[in-house]
Ligand binder design. Structure first.
Ligand SMILES: C[S@@+](CC[C@H](N)C(=O)[O-])C[C@H]1O[C@@H](n2cnc3c(N)ncnc32)[C@H](O)[C@@H]1O
Length: 266
């Protein structure tokens, strides 16, 4: 039973562990996977110890905590996750997986064992964030396929200049534009898009804007409530209540692409 479903049945949200949920889906049932997993590697392996973020992380997943439960990205767990993604994805389809630098170093080789990796994309967040040495301004996105499939456009660059969401009530909310670009490259109308680490629902909003169906899963109560409210509001008012304006950075080629795809509608 979904936690939330739109009246037209096009958008369904499920509260579950991602691997457990993937196992419940039929094989070859999904057209596109776009996802931003909750990696534990950076915190557990680097032992950044005394940092403010780590202090907060100790409470992760507990009631009232800012940070969510982490997905335990041991090689074994991560491989099961990828194998399930492969099973549920139809043949000749794409997957996009977001990574911070540290998770990319340890986990990208496992993605290559399961999917055909085509690009390492860089999301440039325009403004600097935290960091003990050089301050972080980017994340990576692995773009890969099951079988063969071309992108819809050959004009999409591999660096995406899109500002971060600031002061969100959901700690890791990503700009919808990051997911809109993935869909611009890989989705047809009415495609079934899956995000097994839904968070605030940015991938769901991108899917609605792109005319796709959507299945979202997240383990947390907060994600379910946040995303359900966001989707219902967007469907009713055509306004995203948690990202009121475009976060596209100063990049002519991306602005042109969004204009062409009529996606600058907020
Ligand atoms: C990085 S956030 C996703 C953020 C999302 N892309 C957005 O724009 O809001 C990762 C999400 O994974 C969820 N999560 C953690 N462990 C999980 C698990 N085992 N199964 C499913 N979801 C999990 C967290 O609750 C969190 O919402």
């Amino acid at each position: 039973m979904p936690f939330f479903e739109t009246k037209d049945h096009r958008i369904n949200l499920f509260q579950d562990d991602s691997i457990h949920f993937l196992k419940s889906l039929p094989s070859d049932s999904v057209d596109l996977i776009v996802t931003d997993p909750a990696y534990s590697g950076m915190n557990q392996k680097l032992k950044l110890g005394k940092g403010k973020i780590i202090g907060e992380y100790k409470k992760a997943g507990k009631p009232g905590a800012k940070w969510f439960e982490e997905f335990h990205d041991t090689e074994e767990n991560y491989k099961s996750f990828l194998q399930e993604c492969y099973r549920v994805l139809k043949m000749d389809r794409h997957i996009y997986i977001m990574f911070d630098s540290f998770s990319l170093l340890s986990l990208a080789p496992i993605v290559r064992e399961v999917f055909k990796v085509k690009n390492v994309l860089c999301w440039d967040k325009v403004n600097i964030g935290l960091g003990h040495y050089f301050r972080r301004r980017h994340e990576f996105i692995l773009f890969a396929s099951k079988g063969k499939r071309n992108l819809h456009s050959k004009s999409i660059p591999d660096v995406w200049k899109i500002k971060r969401v600031v002061k969100s009530k959901y700690a890791t909310q990503k700009p919808t534009e990051v997911f809109e670009l993935m869909l611009m490259g890989s989705a047809d109308k009415d495609f079934v898009v899956l995000d097994p680490f839904l968070g605030s629902g940015s991938s769901a909003i991108a899917s609605i804007k792109s005319g796709c169906k959507f299945i979202g899963c997240d383990i947390s109560d907060k994600s379910m409530k946040f995303a359900a409210e966001r989707i219902a509001h967007f469907n009713k008012h055509k306004i995203d209540p948690f990202q009121s304006k475009s976060l596209l950075g100063d990049d002519e080629s991306l602005t042109k692409l969004f204009r062409k795809n009529k996606m600058i509608n907020h």
